[in-house]
Unconditional design. Structure first.
Length: 318
């Protein structure tokens, strides 16, 4: 078990290791399964300032590269500095295989260099790839990915996120979300969470809260602006399955392709209830199709109940 005993000024890490900066704890590419961090890190509310990692060709990059065996990271703030890696990149952890991340606050810039479809992928303000819960956490980071699965808090998640928030600016090529880029896995949920981030995607599946979702969203909302190409939504870019309940979006949505909606860009096999959207929806290209104040595209088997929208919808863009 590791305890934080004082605030740490990590600005000097920018000059370490020939400019590569801090070496992530708990990951060696040659022996990934035996070097993961499996202990407990309790920051006790302390702050790490100016952490710098510049390893653009390395996977699983963060303060902790990879965790396993119920590794627990909690109660710490990371501010300033920057973290750059290839796939699985987050200021707190690149890959959380098991355990928990909770009560962390991040404002460190995060950059992922992996290409679209690369493995591993996932670039997030706090965690790049999460297979374990992230709770009671927040990020105000500027998060940039040259590929897909980019999120303000978590890039790629196969576990639940609760009581968490994200702001800042989140930019990627596809599957980009203010809170989560890609929400996947069985029995996963996002609850009591929000995002006010500005979301910018040069590809498909961009959402104010989540870029691409397959699971349950409850009591959550997004207020930031969202722009992309196809499947762009104020809350979720594309919901392939699952449910959305008691949730809303208020930010403006714009896109150049098909499937633009105030709440959801598109959904199929999903159910939406007690939810609403108030943001405007605007086509930025004349060829844009399937626009709606609530959803751009609704697939076979999808249902909507007790929900509404009130934003303006403008087609035939410039």
């Amino acid at each position: 078990m590791v305890f934080g005993v004082a605030d740490i000024d990590a600005s000097a890490t920018a000059l370490w290791d020939g400019g590569q900066g801090f070496k992530p704890v708990g990951y060696e590419s040659a022996t990934p399964n035996t070097t993961r961090f499996s202990g407990q890190f309790h920051g006790l509310g302390h702050r790490i300032t100016g952490l710098t990692i510049n390893r653009p060709t390395t996977d699983y990059v963060g303060l902790f590269g990879s965790t396993a065996n119920n590794g627990d990271i909690r109660d710490v703030t990371l501010s300033g500095g920057s973290v750059t890696g290839r796939g699985g990149v987050g200021a707190v952890a690149g890959y959380v295989a098991s355990g928990t991340v909770r009560n962390v606050t991040v404002s460190t810039a995060v950059n992922g260099t992996a290409a679209v479809g690369a493995f591993p992928n996932g670039t997030g303000g706090a965690v790049g790839w999460a297979d374990a819960p992230v709770n009671n956490s927040s990020s105000s980071s500027t998060v940039t990915g040259t590929g897909d699965m980019v999120g303000g808090l978590v890039g790629y998640s196969r576990s639940s996120v609760t009581n968490s928030t994200a702001s800042g600016i989140v930019t990627g090529v596809g599957t980009v979300g203010g809170l989560l880029g890609f929400e996947n896995g069985s029995g996963v949920s996002v609850s009591n969470s929000s995002a006010s981030a500005t979301v910018i995607s040069t590809g498909a599946d961009a959402g104010g809260l989540i870029g691409f979702s397959r699971n349950t969203i409850t009591n959550s909302y997004a207020t930031g602006s969202v722009s992309g190409t196809t499947m762009v939504g104020g809350l979720i870019g594309y919901a392939q399955s699952g449910t959305v309940t008691n949730s809303y979006a208020t930010g403006p949505v714009s896109g150049s392709g098909s499937g633009l909606g105030g709440l959801l860009g598109g959904f199929a096999g999903s159910s939406v209830s007690n939810s609403y959207a108030t943001g405007s929806v605007t086509a930025t290209a004349a060829a844009a199709t399937s626009l709606g104040g609530f959803a751009g595209s609704i697939g076979l088997g999808a249902t909507v109940s007790t929900s509404r929208s009130s934003g303006t919808v403008t087609g035939n863009g410039a």
